[in-house]
Design a protein around this ligand. Structure first.
Ligand SMILES: N[C@@H](CCC(=O)N[C@@H](CS)C(=O)NCC(=O)O)C(=O)O
Length: 237
């Protein structure tokens, strides 16, 4: 078996993508140890030639190419059914689809202004101009303008997590007594925020105690996977 993981990297190999983080955790959950191809934004021609589109993560599994984190998770589940399950069956997969969409559209968007003005420094210096130009075109403003009101916006960003906090105050993991892909999806957004900014969005939130404790459990699992790579830059570049 030849398994290759094309993973987004930033400054000095930092792992900066929430989509890649959820696949990193899914691979660890399945006990799979792929060859990793660190992928910068500048590597888009290679990614396009490989997969016919521009985004990572991508998995090559014995030559079979899968892109999009949700499709990759489904592929891993179907291809390695004898290893620990990511979804816990068809109903679990269906519910995980909702969590995936919620994380990308509601949670991710709520967190983005919290970190974007800092996040640029986590990106490889050679990719920063592209990142700034592409995101500022999408947003219609500078990254700094987008994040300017983030302190005032934080309570609203955390309010979208109220159902998460309630769930985690009643059970250890989103999936119940043990973690599964739903945990990896949601955690990947908090991990992105954790690595992408020196400002901890959960630090002072008394309404987020269970989520903060869950995040610490998630960081520690799979041999401390959440701390395996460098976090927010301490350089001043
Ligand atoms: N729906 C995709 C989204 C992946 C995605 O948006 N990846 C971004 C962040 S690493 C990317 O590759 N962007 C390339 C670019 O902006 O040029 C998934 O779940 O994998």
């Amino acid at each position: 078996m030849v398994l290759i993981f094309h993973e987004r990297v930033g400054l000095d190999g930092r792992r900066i993508s929430p989509f890649s983080w959820r696949i990193r955790y899914a691979l660890a959950h399945k006990g799979l140890d792929p060859d990793v191809v660190p992928t910068r934004f500048a590597d888009v021609a290679r990614i396009r030639a490989l997969s016919g589109q521009d985004l990572v993560p991508i998995i090559e599994d014995d030559g079979y190419v899968v892109h999009d984190s949700w499709s990759i998770a489904c592929h891993l589940e179907d291809r390695y059914p004898d290893r620990p399950s990511l979804f816990g069956g068809a109903a679990g997969r269906g519910a995980a689809r909702l969590i995936n969409v919620w994380s990308d559209t509601v949670l991710g968007r709520a967190m983005r202004p919290q970190i974007y003005a800092d996040f640029i420094r986590c990106i490889d210096p050679g990719d920063r101009a592209y990142f700034r130009r592409s995101r500022e075109t999408q947003l219609g403003m500078t990254l700094e303008q987008y994040s300017a009101d983030r302190d005032a916006a934080l309570p609203a960003a955390l309010a979208v997590c109220a159902p998460l906090e309630r769930t985690l105050s009643e059970q250890q993991f989103v999936a119940g007594g043990a973690p599964a892909y739903v945990d990896y999806i949601i955690f990947s957004v908090f991990q992105w925020a954790r690595i992408g900014s020196p400002r901890d969005v959960l630090a002072d939130a008394t309404t987020m105690n269970a989520t903060r404790e869950w995040r610490a459990r998630m960081v520690a699992m799979h041999g401390g996977l959440g701390d395996r790579f460098a976090g927010y830059p301490i350089d001043t570049a």
